[in-house]
Design a protein around this ligand. Structure first.
Ligand SMILES: NC(=O)c1ccc[n+]([C@@H]2O[C@H](COP(=O)([O-])OP(=O)(O)OC[C@H]3O[C@@H](n4cnc5c(N)ncnc54)[C@H](OP(=O)(O)O)[C@@H]3O)[C@@H](O)[C@H]2O)c1
Length: 290
């Protein structure tokens, strides 16, 4: 890697802020953070300016349209951000010999199988959000860019909007809550994902590769949203009666997979990354939020 300059786009999201938190652990890298106002990834000129002025060796794309239900009625915007922006990003990454780090979603699998999804598992995205993320992947895969494409799931953090923060809020407001018990997946702490990504970038800096590599990353363990909520209330010592309900009793505009468990063998084996057990990271996040 020629320089150690990193651009982080979407810097005000959960993951973007988690990168901002760890810059001191990675002082040999020169981070430049851009929020959506400073760098709109759908704006080709803005991207060209950022790339030509900074000549980054790595572009970390934390920018995304993540409002899963809203995407059903904002299809164009979801595709513009999650798919079409990748046309420009890959173009400038290729021109500048920049490694692209891009994140996709467990929702792209949704193939009906109930085994941990390896990176080669068939994909069958159902919602607009999932389809727009899959199309973003395909744009990357069709281009001669060097990229790490990381599929992750159920992201939460002390920042922004997420399930942990919603449960804490509801736990203080309500005495009874129904939570879906038949969608199974693995929570991912954005701080863990940011750290894992930096370990991957650091290994790439020492031994660069060409082409596109896909990896799954999540916390260890598989649970339902009901189990997730119950653990949050237990640790936060919130006295609330939580009831498990089926997805069919909780209608949402977007369809979500019943099974989102990722097989993490590849990232463990090839990068020596050991994701933490989900409870450990949830405790850490709840401590920060307390
Ligand atoms: N959250 C999850 O549960 C989850 C699960 C699986 C995969 N992922 C993937 O993980 C990645 C990180 O997710 P996250 O949870 O950190 O998302 P997030 O908190 O929603 O952050 C996304 C950020 O992207 C920014 N953004 C939106 N449109 C943009 C644009 N045109 N140009 C530049 N920035 C733009 C947003 O800024 P504004 O707020 O200003 O619009 C926001 O700060 C995404 O690729 C997501 O698809 C997330």
């Amino acid at each position: 890697m020629e320089s150690k300059t990193i651009i982080v786009a979407g810097a005000n999201g959960q993951l973007g802020k988690s990168f901002q938190k760890i810059v001191f652990d990675w002082q040999e890298y020169n981070f430049h953070f851009f929020d959506s106002n400073e760098l709109d990834i759908t704006n080709k000129n803005a991207l060209e300016h950022a790339f030509s002025s900074l000549k980054p060796s790595v572009f970390i794309n934390c920018a995304a349209y993540t409002a899963v239900d809203k995407a059903e009625s904002e299809r164009e915007r979801a595709y513009a951000i999650n798919s079409e922006a990748l046309d420009y990003i890959t173009l400038f990454c290729i021109k500048n010999n920049t490694l692209l780090i891009h994140y996709s979603s467990d929702y792209v699998y949704d193939n009906g199988m109930k085994v941990p999804m390896g990176e080669e598992a068939p994909t069958s995205p159902k919602s607009i959000y999932a389809q727009s993320k899959k199309m973003g992947e395909e744009i990357i895969e069709r281009s001669p860019v060097n990229a790490l494409l990381i599929r992750t799931s159920w992201v939460y953090s002390e920042f922004g909007h997420n399930f942990v923060k919603t449960m804490l809020k509801l736990g203080k407001e309500k005495s009874i809550l129904n939570v879906v018990n038949d969608q199974i997946g693995s929570p991912t702490y954005a701080g863990d994902l940011a750290n894992a990504t930096m370990k991957m970038i650091d290994q790439y800096a020492k031994k660069p590769f060409t082409g596109i590599e896909i990896y799954n990353y999540s916390g260890e363990g598989k649970i339902s949203w009901f189990e997730f909520a119950s653990f949050i209330f237990e640790v936060a010592e919130l006295d609330i009666d939580v009831h498990p309900i089926p997805t069919s009793d909780y209608k949402t505009p977007a369809t979500r997979p019943k099974w989102s468990v990722l097989d993490l063998s590849k990232i463990k084996k090839e990068y020596g990354i050991a994701p933490k057990y989900w409870k450990e990271s949830v405790r850490e996040c709840l401590y920060l939020l307390s």
